[in-house]
Design a protein around this ligand. Structure first.
Ligand code: PLP
Length: 358
């Protein structure tokens, strides 16, 4: 390996959580990866240390102007006990795009992958293997220079933490549970020319208000509309959106306002391989409502690392409620979930070359 990281093991390992009670991102493993960047020196001193608080100058740029990016991917344990990641090279590419947009230094792909592999290998006993569970890996970079001017920082920290997580949105029987989605037609997530395509912290602070409104109306997530006309569908919370109308699967195109999801790309590739028509095109919410009224809206689902595929049972738009398939899980949602989750966990053979062994 080109990169060699020092490892300082914890002297006080934690006890592992009960796999039945796992939620999302509440428990963290024993160690974390940390690497420093200084202008003129580049990335240096990559190391694994016991998980714990950071020491930051109160003037650190990230605390004031939010110069921060993050990633999210999962490690799974296969039935034979191997450990694998799902398409981490796509995350590495996205790091490049996010960093470039907010003027942070590039992270070499091999550095990114080696750091993840080294940490996940050390924490392999933390990977739960119960159905629907996995080890969520969260790489992130923060600006740490103590300076109150608004300009790119000269110092950064690259960190990776890991969290054993459970299944998202599950029915009592353990199956996929359709969600209720609130269509937000006032607040927006991202405008063209902004940072919508980058996985940067500020996007998520800006989304909280709408998420709160969705929750207060009994919905799990927000469906975002475009920032100009408040008319075209964009994304569902922190996942990408798909609409099955007649025999066509429609998903919004990557025009700079939505996040280019790894799961989204994988869904599109699978659909094409299966000979199902899939279009990346703009779609008005009014056309979704109309299709539902005419009985042509067959399925709606969201795609993302956390939930993989999450079928939508209800859309709440203004005063109306659109019910999708009477709130049942659609065949395509189920087939995509089973295929993706099967490949991710090694239960299915990975003909696509998507998994990377740790
Ligand atoms: C992370 C994220 C997604 C999903 O991307 P995946 O790579 O599939 O996990 C979609 N939308 C937003 C806003 C996101 O932050």
């Amino acid at each position: 390996m080109k990169y060699d990281f020092t490892i300082q093991k914890t002297e006080t390992p934690k006890s592992k959580p009960d796999p039945d009670g796992l939620k999302f991102g509440e428990v963290f493993t024993d160690h974390m990866f940390i690497m420093e960047y200084d202008a003129g020196e580049g990335w240096h001193d990559g190391r694994i240390v016991p998980y714990g608080p950071l020491s930051l100058d109160p003037a650190a740029a990230v605390l004031h102007y939010g110069q921060e990016m993050f990633e999210g991917l999962k490690a799974y344990r296969t039935p034979e006990g191997r450990v694998q990641l799902f398409r981490p090279y796509m995350n590495a590419e996205r790091v490049r795009a996010s960093n470039e947009r907010i003027c942070m230094p590039d992270v070499d792909t091999e550095l990114f992958i080696s750091a993840i592999k080294t940490l996940v290998h050390l924490e392999r006993d933390w990977i739960p293997d119960k159905q629907g569970t996995s080890l969520y890996v969260r790489p992130f970079i923060i600006a740490r220079e103590a300076f109150l001017g608004v300009r790119p920082s000269n110092r950064y920290l690259f960190l990776i933490i890991c969290s054993p997580v459970g299944a998202y949105y599950r029915s009592a029987g353990g199956g996929l549970a359709p969600t209720s989605i609130y269509v937000e037609d006032e607040y927006v997530r991202a405008a063209a020319g902004g940072v919508g395509y980058a996985k940067v912290g500020g996007n998520y602070a800006a989304s909280l208000k709408a998420q709160q409104r969705a929750n207060s109306l009994g919905c799990e997530q927000v469906l975002w509309l475009d920032a100009v006309e408040h008319s075209y569908v964009e994304e569902i919370g922190t996942s990408n959106a798909f609409f099955v109308i007649d025999d066509e699967v429609v998903t919004p195109p990557l025009l700079g306002t939505i996040l280019p999801g790894v799961t989204r790309a994988s869904v599109i590739e699978l659909l094409r391989m299966w000979g199902i028509a899939v279009s990346e095109r703009r779609l008005r919410i009014s056309d979704v409502v109309k299709a539902a009224e005419e009985g042509r809206l067959k399925e709606v689902f969201a795609s993302g690392t956390a939930a993989v595929i999450s079928p939508v049972g209800k859309l709440r738009f203004r005063e109306g409620i659109v019910t999708v398939r009477d709130g049942e899980v659609g065949e395509l949602s189920k087939r995509l979930y089973d295929t993706l989750y099967g490949i991710q966990t090694g239960a299915l053979v990975d003909d696509m070359g998507w998994t990377v062994e740790v």
